[in-house]
Design a protein around this ligand. Structure first.
Ligand SMILES: [Zn+2]
Length: 380
């Protein structure tokens, strides 16, 4: 047999088949003496190539800062720095569904009172089917920040008078040139990234603003950007009373109304919705919080402990999870100590407080209360 170009194709190597020792109660093959270990696939790193492996996968949730304020376009401010401690962990047999492995733990933690408002997903999780991850977390009132993959992007059908683009609702008047925006190629120079981001930032002005919800069914209500005061246009005279800072945009002649009123969206229509529109500068700043998990991964793969093959000299998911608990507790203490030391160093580096003001009303009217009290420890 010859190929179309006349060359003889190489004979295929016989595929290497691993020996199956038994089949577990979960119906999956068991390849090693550890009865809980399963086969999975791992992606490439600097030191090894991608391929199958037998063992476990560790899913971690790491504390990160909150988004304190954002203008949903190009500005995001974060809350104060927090120690990057591990708050949730799940050690599961390799090849277990990623979303299921950690989502239930996060929801349980929230129910138990952990202040989880937002999850910044790694790409591996956010591409899971929405009913196993996104909707479950959203129902528990946990917002998600993530980078949509290509099958989650683009224009989707939407029942109401709005456009559903890249998971977000936009005014149906959104200009055509802002509808399908590409992301910059990986490793693109800074100038190219900024150029792409500018388009996303422009588009964010056309977003529908959440008016209410979600209610107990997950339904949300949305107002168009002209009604919500994000944009103004000459065709809609009432919007022209908005401040000069609100951008004036051209709208097709003949449009008399900006919208038909507030619309309602059901959660099934908005699986990939994010509070900050995807692709904007504000979104990138929020997404940057993902870095904290990278440093935890590095620490657990070398700088603090090396959780590679042979770290745990026991078999079985339960035994390993117990031992892992000690490792993670040790790591968290290390993080807290380091955080405190950093804070102390910052306090010491601060310039001395300026002199208190003299001759204030308080000093004149209530002189007795101006004496400062210092805490001298327990009374003797
Ligand atoms: Zn409107």
């Amino acid at each position: 047999m010859t190929g179309t170009d006349g060359t003889v194709p190489k004979p295929k190597k016989p595929a290497h088949k691993a020996r199956v020792l038994a089949v577990g109660t979960d119906g999956r093959n068991q390849y090693t003496a550890d009865r809980d270990a399963r086969a999975g696939h791992r992606s490439a790193t600097n030191s090894r190539s991608a391929g199958p492996f037998v063992g476990y996968e560790l899913h971690l949730a790491v504390q990160a800062r909150d988004v304190k304020w954002t203008n949903y376009i190009d500005k995001t401010t974060m809350s104060d720095e927090v120690p990057g401690v591990i708050t949730c962990l799940a050690l599961v047999p390799a090849g277990t569904h990623r979303g299921r492995a950690i989502v239930d733990d996060l929801v349980a933690a929230k129910k138990a009172g952990a202040p989880i408002d937002d999850v910044v997903w790694d790409p591996g999780y956010s591409l899971c089917k929405p009913d196993t991850t996104h909707h479950k977390l959203a129902q528990a009132r946990i917002h998600q920040t993530f980078q949509p993959v290509s099958h989650q992007r683009g224009i989707r059908p939407f029942s109401g008078e709005a456009l559903l683009v890249d998971g977000q609702l936009y005014s149906s008047l959104l200009p055509n040139e802002l509808r399908d925006l590409p992301m910059p190629p990986r490793g693109a120079p800074e100038a190219v990234k900024v150029e792409h981001e500018t388009k996303f930032n422009q588009r964010a002005r056309w977003r529908m603003a959440r008016h209410a919800g979600p209610d107990s069914d997950g339904a949300t209500r949305w107002r168009c950007p002209f009604c919500a005061g994000l944009l103004k246009a000459r065709q809609f005279p009432t919007t022209m009373r908005r401040p000069v800072t609100v951008p004036l945009v051209p709208v097709d002649e003949g449009r008399e109304r900006c919208c038909a009123g507030i619309i309602t969206a059901m959660p099934v229509e908005l699986p990939w919705w994010q509070r900050i529109p995807f692709g904007t500068t504000a979104w990138r700043l929020s997404m940057g919080r993902r870095q904290v998990v990278e440093s935890v991964n590095a620490a657990l793969k070398g700088t603090f402990a090396d959780l590679s093959r042979g770290f745990f000299r026991v078999f079985g998911q339960t035994k390993m999870t117990i031992l892992l608990g000690f490792t993670v507790a040790g790591y968290n203490l290390d993080r807290i100590r380091s955080y405190r030391a950093k804070k102390r160093a910052q306090e010491e580096a601060k310039p001395a407080q300026p002199k208190r003001r003299r001759g204030t009303w308080q000093e004149i009217v209530e002189p007795a209360t101006t004496t400062t009290t210092t805490d001298t420890g327990p009374p003797t």
